[in-house]
Design a protein around this ligand. Structure first.
Ligand code: ADP
Length: 246
């Protein structure tokens, strides 16, 4: 579903992604972990083309784009990649002046040109799935952080993406609200959604990930199944990181 080949990204002199090669199978869950500043968020942002790689090739579903410093990016190519992914942010990024239902309908109506009726029916069925149908007419500030993040997930799902990208979706939440968000993500994984998740929730990674990717200083230093990484890694930098978070 996703292939990154030789992806590089600089911010000025900082080499933030250093030759990233990554494959993500359709229907699988990939969890990306690693120290702060190792490039995890930038990797996700490059998958959504919120940041553009300087070099390398990115394929998502049937769309492919090759980046090289000199060539100007083509807007049609950018759109053809972007439409395959939905992103869930750490701070939810909901529109404060719109209700839950309106937040979820906005993308399908404005971008996908769906009728209000179609978008509303779909939004309500997704709200059922994330357990928030009874909050459809609430505004974000009337919800807990965990509920707001479940709306964030619902909003991403409403665009029918083939891949969901999560950037530390539970980091801003009080500990007692983390479980309800992880539960929604787990349900999605078991239903076969393709997901790439940056998180510090090691228990979730062990239980749900098909592939765990360890990043350090802009590079993928190791990747494998949870058993490969958590029980059998011999990589000193991986072990050092795992000692810190456990
Ligand atoms: P992580 O998600 O692993 O904490 P990030 O991808 O957020 O890492 O950041 C990687 C490095 O890139 C950090 O050193 C960060 O300060 C830097 N960085 C991220 N975004 C920008 C930006 N827009 N401009 C300049 N530097 C950035």
């Amino acid at each position: 579903m996703i292939r990154m080949e030789g992806i590089h990204k600089h911010f000025h002199d900082l080499h933030v992604l250093n030759h990233i090669d990554l494959d993500v199978e359709k229907g699988s869950t990939t969890v990306v972990i690693g120290p702060s500043g190792s490039g995890k968020t930038t990797l996700l942002r490059c998958l959504k083309l919120l940041d553009f790689p300087d070099q390398g090739t990115l394929s998502i579903a049937k769309a492919t784009m090759t980046f090289s410093g000199e060539v100007k990016l083509n807007k049609t190519d950018i759109r053809s990649i972007r439409k395959h992914t939905g992103m869930v942010f750490q701070n939810y990024n909901l529109f404060p002046h719109l209700t839950v239902l309106q937040n979820i309908m906005e993308g399908p109506v404005i971008v996908l040109k769906q009728s209000s009726k179609t978008a509303k029916d779909k939004a309500l069925s997704i709200l059922d799935k994330v357990g928030l149908r009874d909050r459809a007419d609430y505004y974000p500030h009337q919800l807990s952080g965990g509920q707001q993040q479940r709306v964030g997930i619902a909003r991403a799902m409403a665009m029918n993406p083939e891949v969901l990208l999560f950037d530390e979706p539970t980091s801003a939440l009080d500990p007692e609200l983390v479980g309800e968000v992880l539960k929604v993500m787990k349900d999605l994984a078991f239903e076969g959604m393709t997901m790439v998740i940056v998180t510090h929730e090691m228990g979730f990674a062990k239980e749900v990930a098909d592939q765990v990717v360890i990043m350090d200083q802009g590079a993928i230093i190791e990747r494998g199944t949870p058993a490969d990484i958590f029980d059998a890694s011999t990589n000193e930098r991986t072990l050092q990181f795992l000692r810190k978070v456990n």
